[in-house]
Design a binder for this molecule. Sequence first.
Ligand code: PMT
Length: 317
Amino acid sequence: MTSSSWEEFFAVHLPPTDFEDNRSLLKEFCERHDQYGNKIVLVTSGGTTVPLEHNTVRFVDNFSAGTRGSASAEYFLEQGYAVIFMHRQKSLEPFTRHFSGQKLLDMLDIQERGPNTTITVKPDSVDVLAPVLLRYKAAHAAGAILYVSFTTVSEYFWLLRAACECLANLGPRAVLYLAAAVSDFYIPKDKVPTHKMQSGSGAPVIQLHLVPKMLAPLVNLWVPEAYVVSFKLETDENLLIPKARAALDKYKHKMVVANLLQTRHHRVILVSPEASQEIVLTREEVHAGVDIESAIVGEIVRLHAHHADAAPAPAPR
Ligand code: PMT
């Protein structure tokens, strides 16, 4: 398996068609919050795809639904952060995540009266809907959240770098919370067929190549002063902490949130250069609908405050 450098990746893969629009949105959002001295977190969420054809019918995907990222974005908002929510198109989003599938329709009643038809929220659903709706309206009224989306791994990287370019001005007030499940393997652009692969010529042999790790330029070049949190997903408990520690040693960022696929929604380990802290939800908490992201974000906000306070005063711009 061969691997290209991150520079080569950007040289070969063109930016997505909506890239300039997204870049303008990111710039405006960061400048506005920077003016007020706000903290901004970039939350990445959901999985990236790897297309098997340029006119894409088929692609390699992964399991991530965006549960972690969408829940975390809500808790960062609650803590007063402005949030760039960079997510896989059609994955879970903050606020609406509470009502996915048929849940929302089940909360409504309809009184059919022709042109005077009315739709109301069932009385016993108001208690569920109202707090979420209030938080949603408040976040939007304050301009505290920006949604940008990706599908492929190359779209993800273009957006990630653009967001970092805008966040760099915030220095230590920026947090990167890289919860998206990013593909480690891809097919280089020149090896991807233009049209739908045909079955007539037999089963295709597909060679995957290594995607360059973007954490390296991100930490060292793009946002060197930011508080960077990466995630480590494994399926083998024995690998989890050693690999999280190896990532910290290699990239020198602030924290790795380590989780196992099987238990990720009720157990994580926050691994920093100084310590490891396990967060486990009890069975009762899981049944009561407690989000583990509330505790993860709470701890990161606490540590980020030290990081931002300890940083030297910014040079006048
Ligand atoms: O969405 P959910 O269902 O709630 O699941 C949440 C989650 C399990 C996806 C999330 O908690 C998580 O662990 N996300 C990271 C998964 C992952 O990509 O792990 P990794 O070990 O492959 O990558 C480690 C880190 O390297 C990641 O923070 C990633 O941003 C970064 N990376 C990955 C690939 C790549 N080419 N460059 C990178 O910089």
